[in-house]
Design a protein around this ligand. Structure first.
Ligand SMILES: [Zn+2]
Length: 392
């Protein structure tokens, strides 16, 4: 039986006080990657109060991951993903509190229509998006098996349905020099810090050769211990990003050459550790347009993308390589007023405007799920597109 779309919207409106309280509580008690214990508990408690029977905590070996299910238990199966980790120091400056509340709202609205659903909807709580790759761990643990499409939304300063996200890796550099008295016998030493700083300069010198969209940015994590000692140890962390895995490899090799060149010039040793980050996001346009049609029906038509906006990275990229996926962005503030990972954006994530967008996202996600259940050709198209996009 087709699900009445307006009745889904009304279910979200009825749930709104609880969803808003959840979003505000997560925001007021930010927890960083892998230690989102209270946040996960708060979400699970809301699901329990709402009478969700199929609920599992600690899935995929992650104590702060969880899953809930509703529907007929059969395929197709659409997953709604909830993020709820915050950033160090600046709290919910990525608005993941609104992602969680929106996904929960969509799931509970659908759960209220469970007897009418011709498919299964899974709400998956995915911890540690900020640098922890929680979704990658869940993928490896088989949590996404049997999922036909994965949907989430993310706050931004504008509405864009299918914006790119970059492939990423972290590079950790450790320089090993020779200490000596910095005034009395500097010629006896070899400065690990100088090699570290020269690495930054050499990388900057290579930017002229980077393709559009490549990002290389780093911080010094160890710059020595005392100004009167030639630094024996220095260390830096870099994040390297590109729009394709191939370009990422090329830039990683460039970063390595810069570090080794700096170490050679400074007569110090260097160790490199490359930590794989996230894969590039394959936005499924078939699914994104279904979500876009739902946005339009709700009175907020959205652009497909906006070349003026920069791209970050997300572990949703890794999910998008395995199942057709969307990661649309919805505005929680005026265009240009604030951007992710800024203090003002953390403010927007607890604002009335942010909460209004969260409710809208819940409605659009719920509508998208029923659309996919009721029009099987859409999922077939999405899967064809996915295979072509990831080269399967
Ligand atoms: Zn984020």
């Amino acid at each position: 039986m087709p699900v009445d779309r307006q009745s889904l919207d009304r279910a979200v409106d009825t749930l709104a006080p609880e969803l808003e309280a959840l979003a505000r509580a997560l925001h007021a008690n930010p927890e960083t990657r892998f230690v989102e214990h209270e946040s996960a508990k708060r979400i699970v408690a809301l699901l329990e109060r709402a009478g969700v029977a199929e609920l599992r905590e600690g899935i995929g070996g992650l104590s702060t991951a969880f899953e809930a299910r509703a529907g007929d238990g059969a395929r197709p199966c659409v997953a709604l993903l909830a993020e709820y980790d915050a950033l160090p120091e600046i709290g919910h400056a990525c608005g993941h509190n609104l992602i969680a509340a929106g996904a929960v709202g969509a799931f509970l609205a659908l759960a209220r229509h469970a007897p009418e659903l011709s498919g299964t909807v899974r709400l998956i709580g995915t911890p540690a998006e900020e640098g922890g790759g929680g979704k990658i761990i869940l993928l490896k643990q088989g949590v996404f098996e049997g999922v036909d499409a994965a949907l989430m939304y993310h706050p931004l300063d504008r509405d864009v349905l299918a914006h790119p996200a970059l492939a990423s890796s972290w590079v950790r550099l450790r320089f090993q020099g020779r200490p000596s008295h910095a005034a009395a016998a500097p010629w006896e030493g070899a400065s690990a810090l100088t090699a570290c700083l020269e690495t930054f300069r050499l990388i900057d010198s290579q930017r002229v050769h980077l393709r559009d969209g490549v990002r290389v940015h780093g911080i010094v994590t160890d710059g020595g211990k005392a100004s009167n000692i030639i630094p024996e140890h220095a260390a830096a962390d870099f994040s390297v990003r590109a729009s394709t895995g191939k370009e990422l490899e090329r830039v990683l090799a460039m970063v390595e050459r810069c570090a080794r060149g700096a170490a050679l010039a400074c007569d110090v040793g260097v160790e490199l550790e490359v930590v794989p980050g996230y894969r590039e996001l394959h936005n499924n346009l078939t699914l994104a347009r279904v979500f876009g049609a739902a946005m339009g029906a709700l009175g907020r038509p959205a652009r497909e993308t906006d070349p003026r906006v920069g791209a970050g990275s997300t572990d949703m990229g890794d999910v998008s390589l395995v199942v057709p996926a969307i990661h649309p962005y919805l505005a929680i503030c005026d265009e240009g007023a604030a951007f992710c990972h800024q203090h003002a954006f953390a403010g927007a994530a607890a604002s009335d405007r942010g909460l209004e967008t969260m409710r809208l996202a819940a409605k659009a996600l719920a509508r998208t799920v029923v659309e996919l259940f009721e029009r099987p050709s859409l999922l077939a198209d999405a899967k064809h597109e996915h295979a072509a996009s990831v080269g399967a």
